[in-house]
Design a protein around this ligand. Structure first.
Ligand code: HXC
Length: 257
């Protein structure tokens, strides 16, 4: 597949997608998001890939949705563009996605990072939902995922003031998994992706699905969902292999089946 606004690098079992509109701090226009959705869908069904890293560049992960593309739109334009269907496609990825964030992750950029499963940040990362400064509010999950990640009070401050928070604050608030020097953020994300990619892929997918369900279901329904996925893994060859290898004191060889 040919892309203009993203760069895909496959180093099986990891794939890295780099957002590539550096002149506009990787502002997320429709073309970029459509390419990104197509790319993650393709990787989701590529058996050689177990984990995806999504990154920008040192200066910006992404500074938000492309403001110039939206500036003149009215409600009906926004509705008929159906911009969020591409976000839904990205959200539907069953393989884990690690965001490697340096520089600005603002508005839709912060929301895109939060749509990933793990966030590795450089010390220079800045997260924020500045939509309030341009007359709107978060629209791709900022009021929901951010609140679940950092709690009501911190989320309210970030959304209502539009102010950015640095990597260390984001780490303390529970928004990022780890903070590393800028020269290491991508390497660190890939290292983590390597660890996850070495695990049995079916169990990884079902575990991701179950953790995400905790945001949607009551505890009772979530526990039932988890239990069903747990039972389901007992018909995988990797469950037999994993447990047999433990008993035989050797390393398991995963088949992804
Ligand atoms: C379009 C953008 C952009 C954006 C930056 N640029 N952010 N273009 N949409 N979101 C462009 C600038 O116009 C400029 O282009 C170039 O990138 C460099 O940006 P500067 O502003 O000159 O850089 P700097 O002074 O370093 O300031 C960085 C910044 C600022 C603080 C990140 O660019 C900024 O505030 N950007 C907007 C952030 C924002 O409001 N994001 C939320 C968007 S709404 P030129 O051509 O002038 O060189 C949103 C809603 C999502 O995300 C809802 C879901 C769809």
């Amino acid at each position: 597949m040919e892309f203009e606004n993203i760069i895909l690098t496959k180093e099986a079992p990891i794939a890295t997608i780099q957002l590539n509109r550096p002149d506009v701090l990787n502002a997320l226009n429709r073309k970029l998001l459509t390419e990104l959705a197509a790319c993650v869908e393709e990787l989701d069904s590529d058996e050689s890939v177990n984990c995806i890293v999504l990154t920008g560049n040192e200066k910006a992960f992404a500074a938000g949705a492309d403001i110039k593309e939206m500036a003149e739109a009215d409600t009906i334009d926004m509705l008929s563009r159906d911009s969020f269907s591409v976000w839904d496609r990205i959200r539907g990825t069953r393989k884990p996605i690690i965001a490697a964030v340096s520089g600005f992750a603002l508005g839709g950029g912060c929301e895109l990072a939060m749509m990933c499963d793990i966030i590795v940040a450089s010390e220079t990362a800045k997260f924020g939902q500045p939509e309030i400064n341009i007359g709107v509010m978060p629209g791709a999950g900022g009021t929901q995922r951010l609140t679940r990640a950092v709690g009501k009070y911190k989320a309210m401050e970030i959304v209502l003031t539009g102010e950015m928070i640095g990597a260390d604050d984001a780490m303390r608030a529970g928004l990022v998994n780890r903070v590393v020097p800028v020269e290491l953020y991508l390497e660190e994300a890939k290292k983590l992706a390597g660890v996850i990619a070495s695990k049995p892929p079916v169990a990884v997918k079902l575990a991701k699905e179950s953790v995400l369900k905790s945001h949607e279901l009551s505890l009772k329904d979530g526990l039932e969902f988890e239990r069903k996925n747990f039972y389901m893994l007992f018909s995988s060859e990797d469950q037999k292999e994993g447990m047999k290898a433990f008993v035989e004191k050797r390393k398991p060889k995963w088949k992804g089946k």
